[in-house]
Design a protein around this ligand. Structure first.
Ligand code: PLP
Length: 369
């Protein structure tokens, strides 16, 4: 029922814009099916513009992409998580980001003979999620000296607060910690590339760029600092995803009548309502009940009552003509009033990332391929 329209031109535009913002090479982050936009199509479009490094999440995503674009260099941000992953990584020359000794030792164990594998090292410089502490750099170097089949080619870390201007000192501290870990490797004679910046850091913290920057959300038109710097709206980034749903019925709701489960919305006046084929089974969250809008020909239509499993109701009292067979937009739109992903995320009480990943699980149509 839902149609997700992905505009590849928007993604190309965003990529070219981001490329101008940094002297470092861009490694597009295409994990989680390119934030719901389609791993293969998005990567193919960016490869054609010159992107060579891609960051996927799981090893399986890496294999899908490698089969499609054999010449691309693919990093798996999660690294090997299962016994199969260890073998697959090496067979497909996927570069795993390695965050712990178990992964490192497991990789060394599966490489036999002359076979080598390039890897990325993930340092925990303050986010306290995954990664080696910079203090173990010397032990890591010892390990690589005695396991020469593993080649640390990328040093990486992830910033916890790059999207929060008031926390620039945290960015600075993480950068210092990252640089000190890199320095130990550099002094020991290792050659590698540095990668620290996500979209927010790409746009706001040029000193963190290093050699490879990892933009995700900005490629899809999301603004990583939308919550903290709303005035810094979008840098001209173009939202690549639109989502529409069909109108199933239009009817009157008399003043005093309730609608949907629990009759949670009661009409304050005689109204005209449209029932839309869209609900939480399509990942349009039930938390949007009574607090979201859809769009039809420039009119914002408020949601009335509960969002159901596959249905929602909207107020169409002020629309002159709408009927079964029309489609409304729940994200994006055509022309005036189009629904910005940050706006929908606000109603949903989440961030653009989650909205895109969830809605992107519906059937997709690609335009401007
Ligand atoms: C998801 C992710 C990114 C991209 O972050 P955005 O905020 O979407 O730009 C970069 N690096 C790592 C390690 C990630 O997991």
């Amino acid at each position: 029922m839902l149609k997700v329209i992905i505009d590849l031109d928007a993604i190309r535009h965003n990529y070219l814009f981001l490329r101008q913002k940094s002297a470092a090479e861009l490694m597009p982050v295409v994990k989680a099916d390119a934030y719901g936009h389609g791993l293969l199509k998005v990567s193919e479009a960016l490869f054609a513009l010159g992107a060579r490094f891609f960051a996927v999440g799981t090893v399986d995503e890496g294999v899908r992409l490698k089969k499609h674009l054999p010449e691309a260099e693919i990093c798996s941000l999660l690294g090997p998580l299962s016994a199969d992953d260890f073998k697959t990584l090496s067979a497909f020359s996927i570069i795993p980001f390695v965050h712990c000794w178990a992964q490192l030792k497991g990789l060394a164990a599966i490489l036999s003979g002359a076979r080598q594998l390039e890897i990325g090292i993930k340092f925990d410089t303050g986010m306290n999620r995954l990664g080696f502490k910079p203090e173990v750099s010397r032990q890591l170097i010892e390990f690589f000296r005695s396991n020469q089949a593993l080649i640390p080619r990328i040093m990486s870390s992830h910033l916890a607060c790059a999207d929060i201007p008031a926390m620039n000192d945290v960015v600075r501290a993480q950068l210092n910690s990252f640089n000190s870990a890199c320095e130990v490797f550099h002094q020991a004679g290792f050659k590698f590339r540095r990668s620290l910046a996500n979209s927010a850091a790409l746009l706001h913290h040029p000193h963190t760029h290093g050699d490879l920057v990892r933009p995700g959300i900005a490629l899809y038109g999301g603004n990583p600092v939308a919550r903290t710097l709303p005035q810094d709206k979008n840098w001209g980034l173009r939202q690549a995803m639109k989502v529409s749903a069909p109108v199933l019925s239009v009817h009157n709701l008399a003043r005093g009548q309730g609608i949907s489960y629990g009759l949670g919305f009661v009409a304050p006046r005689d109204m005209s309502v449209a029932i839309i084929g869209c609900g939480y089974a399509d990942n349009y969250s039930r938390s949007l009940s009574n607090r979201s809008w859809m769009l039809f020909e420039g009119h914002r239509l408020p949601i009335l009552g509960r969002v159901c499993m596959q249905l929602s109701a909207v107020d169409v009292s002020f629309v002159s003509r709408i009927d079964h067979g029309d489609r409304v937009f729940l994200l994006g739109g055509e022309g005036a009033g189009d629904i910005d992903v940050h706006e929908l995320a606000g109603w949903w009480k989440t961030v653009s990332y989650e909205v895109l990943c969830l809605l992107g699980k519906n059937e997709r149509i690609f335009i401007n391929c």
